[in-house]
Design a protein around this ligand. Structure first.
Ligand code: PHE
Length: 360
């Protein structure tokens, strides 16, 4: 009996002393394994008298159980310690830069970047985004915009036409984003406040003209919006877009069949070496056309011109990109030159936001 007690004390001390899980496993094998000390005791049972065997057997089982329990507790303790240590030592530095992979190598085209910037600025002013197809009807691109057949303005647009239909109508590639005005006003009731970015096409090609380019249309229709609102919206837009506090803008009287009065807007800049400085200097670049929506256009979409009024504008996106990012040649935009894109493109992970900086 006393040798059992001694063994128990010794084994419990060994369990307690095991410093880690592998040391504990050694103690378990030494005590309870097939050739272990407790199993060894069982062998002596055969030589004993039945009475003695019974009580000795019970004692060994009790010992086995208590050692087993102690082993289990110690194991749980060691596992908890192990976990606490791992939690303290294994750290992930979430501020490490993302590994450069094929995704980070790709570049966002400056035109896409500028479109995102424009959407961000007008989104902040409460405009939503509208869309229309590149292939338009003559009606949406011209007639409903107060440019009837035979109107001289049609010649100015150098339109790409598709083959004629038996009824005489011809589909065309839209020459401006203004047909989205018509589509929007036919679908939605005022108040309307939208921008519509997209591709437009004119049969024209030289250093500053490409047969496809980009515009963003703006349209606001309600019962009281006036020219002062238009001017303020455009000024705020230009300041936010060029990321300057002061902007030089020139509003010139102009003519568009779908607005009355009509204006064209130039941006003042200085050329210092190869760099363009917006808001200073004596050079001017035309960036947009605008005006109050013509009463005939409102009537064409069944809005009463005596009740509703508002403004529209059409901005050349490619020109804005050239000005802001100092890219001199418009044709390079569409040449699919990877070296150019690598130089002028933007990281896809840098989404423009007003709070985080549009072009940072
Ligand atoms: N659609 C005109 C153009 O392409 C621009 C414009 C839009 C002018 C809206 C006035 C109002 O030249």
């Amino acid at each position: 009996m006393s040798d059992l007690k001694t063994l128990e004390t010794e084994l419990l001390a060994a369990v307690e002393a095991a410093a880690d899980l592998s040391a504990l496993e050694e103690v378990r094998v030494r005590a309870l394994g097939k050739k272990g000390q407790v199993s060894g005791l069982m062998k002596g049972l055969g030589d004993m008298a039945p009475e003695e065997r019974k009580s000795y057997g019970q004692n060994i089982n009790g010992l086995k159980e208590r050692i087993g329990e102690a082993l289990g507790e110690r194991r749980a303790g060691l596992e908890a310690e192990d976990m606490a240590q791992r939690l303290a030592s294994e750290q992930a530095d979430i501020s490490l830069p993302v590994r450069v992979g094929p995704l980070a190598e790709g570049r966002v085209h400056p035109v896409s970047q500028v479109m995102d910037e424009i959407a961000e600025i007008f989104g902040d002013m409460g405009f939503s985004i509208a869309e229309g197809p590149d292939i338009e009807t003559d009606e949406n691109n011209f007639t409903a915009l107060n440019i009837p057949p035979e109107h001289p303005a049609r010649q100015e647009h150098d339109t790409f036409y598709f083959g004629g239909q038996p009824d005489g109508s011809r589909a065309l590639l839209r020459t401006h984003t203004s047909p989205v005005q018509i589509r929007t006003m036919r679908k939605e009731k005022p108040p309307i406040r939208i921008i519509a970015p997209g591709r437009v096409y004119r049969c024209d090609s030289d250093q500053t003209h490409t047969p496809m380019f980009h515009q963003v249309e703006g349209l606001v229709i309600d019962e009281e919006t006036h020219l002062g609102h238009l001017k303020w919206v455009l000024e705020e837009f230009c300041k936010a877009f060029f990321e300057v506090d002061a902007i030089k803008m020139r509003f010139r009287a102009s003519h568009f069949p779908f607005t009355e009065p009509s204006l064209e807007v130039d941006i003042g800049y200085a050329k210092v070496g190869d760099e363009l400085r917006i808001g200073q200097g004596e050079e001017w670049l035309e960036i947009l056309g605008c005006g109050m929506v013509h009463p005939n256009v409102l009537a064409n979409v069944d809005l009463d011109p005596n009740v509703y009024q508002g403004f529209a504008f059409g901005v050349g996106i490619d020109r804005l990109a050239m000005l802001k990012y100092g890219m001199p040649d418009l044709r390079a935009f569409f040449a699919a030159d990877l070296a150019w894109l690598k130089h002028y493109g933007f990281s896809s992970l840098n989404v423009p936001t007003l709070s985080g900086g549009l072009s940072s």
